[in-house]
Design a protein around this ligand. Structure first.
Ligand SMILES: [Zn+2]
Ligand SMILES: [Zn+2]
Length: 270
């Protein structure tokens, strides 16, 4: 079996505002996102399809036929539209990333050539995306953050020559730094009233307080208590971030991804 991913993009407007609720109630539900007026996104959707490779065509599914389906059921339905006003599936159901993924998971359930839809990734901005996975069925939301920090790779269990041999220039005594990119993913049931599985603002506050304020523009080896006495590789840092955030976020922590450079990324999953 092979899984392939196909990308499609479209632009839509939407708003977080329930017309049958008071202004106070809308503000309580949606926080600073509450507004009776639309805003817009350039959405990017990734569709994951899985199946056996056909021995004659060499394909799981004809990409052209997938594109036809995406044009008809996604671009044709939502591009240059207001989701609240022009998409009946969002009547009485806020067009959040989470609800959008659930709607797409059923409208794209039957892909051509018998290919099985296994997952979706919908990006609202480069710093916020949602994912739907078929088995076990789950919706997650991922927030992307950045921090800059310095460190030095050096193990107390190894001598000077061994450290230099193992870590090379990363062992330089004065240290060096990275612009880390941190992705935090939470999952769980979607709230029917808000269409969200977690208040994003609350999630941002926790990550800021627990990680960004404590790691940004710091020396990881000196300033961060949970890394003391450990080698600050990204394996160790990613796990320390996961452990630090566990149980503190407004939804279940599912995954932490830490990009140390554009060429390496480390992932801790539940
Ligand atoms: Zn929006
Ligand atoms: Zn480094």
């Amino acid at each position: 079996m092979v899984t392939l991913a196909r990308r499609v993009s479209f632009s839509s407007g939407h708003r977080y505002w329930l017309p049958d609720r008071s202004e106070e109630e809308n503000k309580r539900l949606f926080g600073r996102w509450a507004s009776p007026f639309n805003h817009g996104h350039n959405y990017v959707l990734w569709v994951m399809a899985r199946g056996p490779t056909d021995p004659v065509t060499g394909m799981v599914v004809n990409i052209k036929r997938i594109d036809d389906v995406l044009q008809e059921r996604v671009v044709g339905q939502y591009d240059q539209r207001s989701l609240n006003d022009e998409a009946p599936e969002f009547e009485g159901r806020p067009p959040s990333l989470e609800n959008f993924l659930l709607v797409l998971s059923s409208s794209l359930a039957d892909l051509p050539d018998g290919a099985a839809l296994t997952g979706l990734r919908l990006e609202e901005t480069p710093l916020l995306y949602g994912e739907w996975v078929k088995e076990p069925e789950m919706v997650t939301i991922t927030r992307v953050y950045e921090f800059a920090a310095s460190h030095r790779l050096n193990s107390a269990q190894l001598d000077e020559a061994e450290n230099l041999r193992l870590y090379g220039k990363c062992n330089h005594p004065a240290g060096h730094g990275h612009n880390y990119v941190l992705e935090v993913t939470v999952g769980g049931p979607v709230d029917l009233a808000t269409g969200m599985l977690a208040p994003i603002d609350e999630m941002d506050e926790v990550v800021k307080r627990e990680i960004l304020d404590r790691y940004d523009h710091r020396n990881l080896d000196v300033d961060v208590p949970e890394l003391q006495g450990r080698v600050s590789t990204s394996e160790v840092v990613a796990q320390a971030i996961f452990d630090r955030l566990e149980g503190k976020l407004p939804a279940r922590l599912e995954r932490v991804r830490l990009h140390e450079t554009a060429r390496n990324v480390f992932e801790v999953v539940r």
